[in-house]
Design a protein around this ligand. Structure first.
Ligand code: COI
Length: 352
């Protein structure tokens, strides 16, 4: 693979407790171009730097873009460990089909990612709760204002050393149940990881933040009745011993951490249901003292306890605003497998 050396390397962060999320980027990125009639070409590793685009570039106008998020870890033995990377590129190709973006060769981009990670290994933080966040993306880059699928694309992978996604770390999150705005509808793009899904979530997110909430909990678009997801996390509730997560209806992102939690819970004898769950069911369980735990799952957010939800002006506290037992077990197990502290019983980790 072609490699273009950077003239100067950046200074690496010295204090891993101050990384935050997605603010610092490494020296190199992986890029690859696409043209109709030619296919994907020019796969290379080159310096991460600003690139100029014409202002009539398709993605700026019609949001024809998709992305992924995954993480690499480094443990005290110096092992580089990537969590379920094949799953991300499989999902990226499903998003690509939905957004009329040409599919990628999953094997080739995995090889590109692994080569990039080997070059950037010194950027992988090692403190507990940190990781190297990997952001693969594809955007339409041809210059045209007609509303058509692009004819040229750029695939890229950029890397960012990160700490916790939430500024408050693992402290329980406060969610506002959104009963006006809609994130996604069945038949829309909710299950694709397309950039526009995140743009449409911003208004509600900003309004919730002004009221002191961390995130919005989305309900289904048609009835505003069933819990969907948080936008940066899939949701789980533990009610009377049953672990429930909203079933994938087409408007919910099929999260890889979500899937990993379901597999871990089932393998350890928990009763797990992927089904529709209404916000009324959650609130009634809370009132009856049966809502044991609520938590979100995601690559960036990992496993995040939910301590409180507001719905129609009323507050509902979950588990005394503390991290529950199952939430803690999942956090410890997933991060243990990711970093190598626990055995990788499901063969999820690729070691470089
Ligand atoms: C992730 O968890 O990787 C996400 O993509 C969610 C968010 C940071 C956009």
């Amino acid at each position: 693979m072609k490699f273009i050396q950077a003239d100067v390397l950046k200074q690496k962060p010295t204090d891993e407790s101050k990384l935050g999320f997605g603010k610092i980027f490494t020296d190199y990125m992986f890029t690859m171009k696409y043209k109709v009639g030619q296919g994907w070409y020019d796969a290379q590793i080159e310096p991460h730097r600003p690139i100029a685009f014409d202002l009539a570039t398709t993605v700026f106008h019609y949001a024809q873009g998709i992305f992924e998020g995954l993480k690499a870890f480094k443990n005290e033995k110096g092992e580089i460990r990537v969590f379920r990377p094949e799953e991300n590129f499989k999902r990226m190709n499903r998003s690509a089909v939905r957004m009329c973006i040409p599919e990628i060769d999953e094997k080739l981009v995995l090889e590109g990612l692994f080569e990039l990670l080997k070059i950037e290994k010194d950027w992988i933080p090692t403190s507990p709760g940190t990781a190297l966040y990997i952001r693969p993306s594809i955007v339409a880059t041809n210059v045209a204002l007609g509303v058509h699928a692009g004819t040229e694309y750029l695939f890229f992978i950029i890397l960012s050393p990160v700490g916790s996604y939430y500024a408050h770390g693992l402290a329980p999150t406060r969610l506002l149940v959104e009963d006006f705005y809609t994130r996604a509808t069945v038949g829309g793009t909710g299950e694709a990881k397309c950039i526009a899904n995140y743009a449409v979530s911003l208004r509600a997110g900003e309004e919730a933040a002004k009221k002191g909430f961390d995130q919005v909990l989305w309900l289904d678009a048609n009835e505003k009745k069933y819990v969907e997801e948080v936008g940066s996390m899939n949701m789980f509730f533990v009610i009377d011993g049953e672990v429930i997560t909203p079933m994938l209806t087409g408007s919910i992102l099929p999260g890889i951490t979500r899937k990993s939690c379901i597999e871990l819970l089932k393998a350890n004898g928990y009763k797990v249901s992927e089904r529709k769950i209404s916000i009324d069911e959650v609130i009634e369980a809370q009132a009856a003292g049966k809502l044991d735990e609520a938590f979100g799952t995601g690559t960036a957010a990992v496993i995040s306890p939910v301590g409180m939800m507001e719905y129609k002006g009323r507050d509902y506290v979950v588990n005394n605003n503390e991290m529950g037992k199952i939430t803690k077990w999942l956090y410890d197990t997933i991060t243990g497998i990711q970093t190598g502290r626990l055995a990788d019983t499901h063969n999820w980790v690729v070691k470089l």
